[in-house]
Write a protein that binds this ligand. Structure first.
Ligand code: UGA
Length: 435
């Protein structure tokens, strides 16, 4: 294991998970954040995000004394050999990632770093960022390394501990190898590349997965028209090892804090360099169409007009096992329904208060449970694949929403149970029961 303390700058979901997991591998880790109240809570073992297994590891690290939290980047980096930048890189509004926070922090901590320190970009940054950081840093005795994360929200700890691969890129091979050695205990394949390749591997992976999802969602649309079944199609395709059976579940479109932003950012990176890459625009467009189709299904279920129709939304987060609502396809569908005058009520296991209108999405009153949301609704649309929805008692649903139509946007529910309870059931990309 390489010597040297690790500083993690930024304790969002990437920074907190990475810092905590690196500490659990035996490294000494100091996490710095700008928010003093959050630092205090985390020092007390409180996890500010919903992430399975994180709290336990964090408490273990704090108790063992090799995981600490401090206020400010400056306090974290003193004496550190590895400095992981886990900072926000939001969409700058034009599809390009906004790197101002990254450069501000690099300028702030640059003069404080020990000679031989290694600055590591962990959050997703556009190709060329390592080179730009070298300029901002202006220190020939400090190396810059790209080490993108491939964590999925909800399973981040598992993804960190059992990664498919560890990617590290730098012009300084020795620095890249030192960063790769931090993960020795994980026994994952290591891919050591140039900084540019490493930065692009991250975007290419996310955009490819988004494209795969857009593809299967378009197949779902086609399957409905020709009388085929998208679940059977995905099953049949998945046996081909070149395709694989993962990320082939049709849904109401993909979302979250990464896929939409990264697909657009990669398109802009290509455009800025004069490289034609039409698949990326098509991937985003197909996703919007999948969301449109979901809204179309709800309107059809309501008899062609949504004005004044009570619609229950089952699931609001962008996927199950997270409390993240950012760029949620569920909210995209809610927006389309709201625009047509539907009266929405939502239930999500992680949402306890009414959602205010925000970021262009409509307000959604929150129900206490799935039955409460369904009460009096003409249409119920399942948008997020929370496991608890599969356990729903359809007889109880039929009691609170007699004659309702259930639109199953994730093909999660038992169609026969819904029909047996007297409800109409509309699946995605496959024939409704009895047709
Ligand atoms: C994604 C990538 O999967 C991670 O590898 C990456 O590290 C992360 O972005 C990031 O860049 O930080 P995440 O945003 O947590 O992870 O979400 P995913 O699990 O990839 O799901 C994305 C969307 O695809 C969700 O809306 C989900 O419901 C949808 N999805 C996923 C489907 O509709 N069908 C599927 O079969 C799989």
């Amino acid at each position: 294991m390489p010597d040297g303390r690790i500083a993690v700058i930024g304790t969002g979901y990437v920074g907190l998970t990475s810092g905590t997991c690196l500490a659990s591998l035996g490294h000494e880790v100091v996490c710095g954040d700008v928010d003093p109240a959050k630092v205090e809570r985390m020092s007390g073992g409180e996890v500010p995000i919903f992430e399975d297994g994180l709290q336990e590891l964090m408490r273990q690290g704090i108790a063992a004394g090799n995981l600490t939290f401090v206020h400010g980047a400056r306090n974290a980096v003193r004496g550190a050999r590895f400095i992981f930048l886990c900072l926000p890189t939001p969409d700058g509004g034009d599809g390009r990632a906004d790197l101002r926070i990254v450069h501000q922090v690099v300028a702030e901590i640059g003069p404080l770093l020990d000679p031989g320190a290694i600055l590591v970009t962990k959050s997703t940054v556009p190709v060329g960022t390592a080179e730009d950081i070298i300029v901002t840093l202006d220190r020939s005795d400090v190396s810059v390394v790209s080490n993108p994360e491939f964590l999925q929200e909800g399973t981040a700890v598992r993804n960190f501990m059992k990664p498919d691969r560890v990617v590290v890129g730098s012009q300084d091979r020795a620095a890249a190898e030192a960063v790769a050695a931090l993960y020795d205990k994980l026994k994952a394949p290591k891919v050591i590349t140039s900084a540019e390749s490493s930065e692009l591997i991250k975007y290419a992976s996310n955009a490819f997965l988004a494209m795969k999802l857009s593809f299967i969602n378009s197949i779902a649309g086609l399957a409905e028209v020709v009388g085929a079944d998208v679940v059977e199609i995905a099953h049949g395709m998945g046996f081909d090892e070149r395709i694989g059976d993962k990320f082939l579940k049709a849904g109401p479109g993909w979302g979250g804090s990464c896929f939409p932003k990264d697909t657009k950012a990669l398109a802009t990176i290509a455009l800025d360099r004069g490289v034609s890459f039409p698949l990326l625009a098509a991937t985003t467009l197909s996703n919007e169409e999948a969301q449109d189709r979901m809204a179309d299904k709800v309107r059809d279920a309501a008899g062609g007009d949504l004005a004044g129709v009570k619609v229950a939304l089952w699931g609001l987060t962008f996927k199950a096992n997270t409390d993240d609502l950012r760029d949620s396809p569920a909210l995209e569908v809610a927006l389309r329904l709201d625009t047509e005058g539907a009266r929405l009520r939502g239930y999500d296991p992680t949402v306890s208060a009414d959602l205010p209108a925000k970021n262009g999405y409509p307000a959604v009153p929150a129900a206490g449970d799935a039955y409460d949301a369904a009460a009096g609704a003409s249409v119920i649309v399942l948008l997020t694949e929370w496991a608890e929805f599969a356990e729903i008692d359809m007889t109880k649903v039929a009691e609170v929403a007699p004659g309702a139509v259930i639109v199953d946007g994730r093909n999660l529910l038992d169609p026969q149970a819904a029909v047996a309870a007297g409800l109409r059931y509309v699946p995605l990309g496959r024939r409704p029961p009895g047709c």
